[in-house]
Design a protein around this ligand. Structure first.
Ligand code: ZN
Length: 274
């Protein structure tokens, strides 16, 4: 499932070929993804110039001329495939295909169809039902230990669940929550409201560091992705606890544990993380 670093990598990859270009051709091959596509979706986008590509949490915001924002979420399995030229064969999961006036095309492929697209007037974007409740951007300067402390105050949910709550901090998913909690030596089971401020002072930089490292790993391989199979936004990164059940903790060498919290796997070191 694409998390913030994968979405950011996708955004950067798309920006290389879309920024300032006109959408010369666009086809939607079905009327809906997770939600129905807006009325006259393709017709509204066709011919407009891309002014900027931004990201908010796990949403890609394609700013189009005329004050319109094309909102994209990759859901569980959405991928953006970039290639030179219109694709020769369009598969059953290639739901939206578009191309720029320079001839680069993007195929939105989404087998499970949990992704979404919407068209929103720029002025209405902050009030959009999917964006309005989002907490601070983890990589922004206004995400500080004090802000996190205020958001967690009195919370009786485990730390793992609290950090997955998009109103606490936007865009964090399972992998990077596990990794950040390990780096900050905080137990994922600890009740969020009981984590002392000193620990939150470690956690906030840990969250920013794991995200930045993952973005860097994805970003450095962008060129290769475009040149080889055109797939943006997936990369190998070295996890310290995630998916390492039974392997030695990188700090104390005791085996990494896996537990299930709110239906999702949590990986952590029970010896280090308190
Ligand atoms: Zn350990």
């Amino acid at each position: 499932m694409p998390e913030l670093p994968e979405v950011e990598t996708t955004r950067r990859g798309l920006a290389l070929k879309l920024d300032g270009r006109r959408i010369a051709r666009i086809e939607a091959h079905r009327p809906d993804l997770r939600f129905p596509l807006p009325k006259n979706f393709a017709k509204t986008i066709q011919g407009r110039r891309v002014e900027a590509l931004e990201r908010r949490a796990k949403y890609i915001l394609i700013r189009l001329e005329g004050g319109l924002v094309w909102l994209v979420h990759l859901g569980m399995s959405g991928r953006m495939l970039l290639r030179l030229g219109w694709p020769n064969d369009i598969g059953p999961h290639d739901h939206v295909v578009f191309a720029t006036d320079e001839g680069w095309s993007v195929t939105y492929n989404d087998a499970r169809r949990f992704g979404m697209m919407d068209l929103v007037p720029a002025a209405a974007l902050p009030r959009h039902r999917l964006l309005a409740e989002l907490g601070p951007e983890p990589l922004a300067d206004d995400f500080t230990p004090a802000v996190l402390q205020a958001a967690l105050k009195g919370k009786k949910t485990p730390m793992k669940a609290a950090l997955l709550d998009q109103t606490v901090v936007a865009g964090l998913g399972n992998i990077y929550v596990c990794e950040a909690l390990f780096r900050a030596v905080i137990s994922p089971k600890r009740l969020a409201g009981t984590v002392p401020p000193e620990k939150l002072k470690k956690l906030v930089p840990a969250i920013k560091a794991v995200l930045n490292e993952a973005i860097k790993a994805g970003g450095s391989s962008l060129r290769d992705y475009v040149q080889s199979d055109g797939e943006l936004g997936y990369f190998q990164t070295r996890f310290r606890v995630y998916d390492r059940e039974g392997q030695a903790c990188t700090a104390c060498e005791k085996p990494v544990k896996r537990i299930v919290q709110s239906g999702r796997s949590t990986f952590y070191c029970a010896a280090c993380q308190r």
